[in-house]
Design a protein around this ligand. Sequence first.
Ligand SMILES: NC(=O)c1ccc[n+]([C@@H]2O[C@H](COP(=O)([O-])OP(=O)(O)OC[C@H]3O[C@@H](n4cnc5c(N)ncnc54)[C@H](O)[C@@H]3O)[C@@H](O)[C@H]2O)c1
Length: 298
Amino acid sequence: MGVLSGKAAIVTGAGRGLGRAYALDLAAAGASVVVNDVDEAEARAVVDDITAAGGVAVASGHDVSDPEAVDALVARCVAAFGRLDGLVNNAGLYHEARPWDETPHAMRRAVLVNVLGALQCQAAASAVMRDGGGGAIVNASSGGMFGFPSVSTYAATKGALAALTYSSALDLEAAGIRVNAISPMALTRMTAHALGRDLAPSTQDAPPLAGIEDKAPESVAPLVTFLLSDLAEGITGQFLRFDGRRVSVVTTNAFADHPHVTAAGWTPASLADAFAGPLARHLQPYGVERRLPPRVRA
Ligand SMILES: NC(=O)c1ccc[n+]([C@@H]2O[C@H](COP(=O)([O-])OP(=O)(O)OC[C@H]3O[C@@H](n4cnc5c(N)ncnc54)[C@H](O)[C@@H]3O)[C@@H](O)[C@H]2O)c1
């Protein structure tokens, strides 16, 4: 008996890379899996791999950016397996561009697939899970949301998935649906592309993609299997980072007592005084290189 025996799950973007590894691991843990990818031939090949290993899976070539296709994707899971217990919002697009080189098409496509795709899948899947008594959703965010050079569109979409996770975890808890986000790290088509250029500032000891050549998607998959299983009962609203060896909990301090100054009748001049005075030493580093604002560096 695997930890997912009797459960059914959808993995989007599972024709290659991390999604493929998740689908194989979920199936090996006993889940019946819908292997979704807009590249349907790749999805079918993954289904063949799962069935050859004794697992149960069906393929889906639905495009997660299309709401009607998403409804059909969820319906396929219910038709094939009679239930839906897990959703992995993994499908994603990545591109690099300086802000002034962005094109409306690339920006729009990234938001449609990465953000709207996840929202649409969550909407359709959560209705089925609610009626079935519960479930679990995993959203593929990224360390990119903390700031990498030349990926502002991608980073914005991945930050949106973290925000989606926190709010949805609140909404869906009463329905018995857990929602968590992960920041994975593995060598795939996507990261091989990112490796093709130098993301590492010369001053940085540990560049963001350091060591990724040795990180296989298969090593990340157990975290997704765990999060979709009952072993993760009580874990929701979390953002977990995992490179296959080190698993960590990304901290939030959204409502901590931030450094602050209180006054009445603020003006631009009095705000300038506050930022020159008590708030000056609290300005935060930004981006994975933890760059300090120029005012602090000076
Ligand atoms: N590889 C990493 O280290 C890493 C790091 C952080 C986040 N991620 C995230 O993990 C996810 C998987 O990344 P990967 O490295 O395996 O990428 P990948 O490019 O190898 O695979 C992504 C898959 O998504 C599919 N896809 C794209 N658009 C789709 C659509 N509209 N509908 C259905 N499927 C679609 C693609 O065909 C592809 O098979 C992505 O969301 C990515 O942002 C990956």
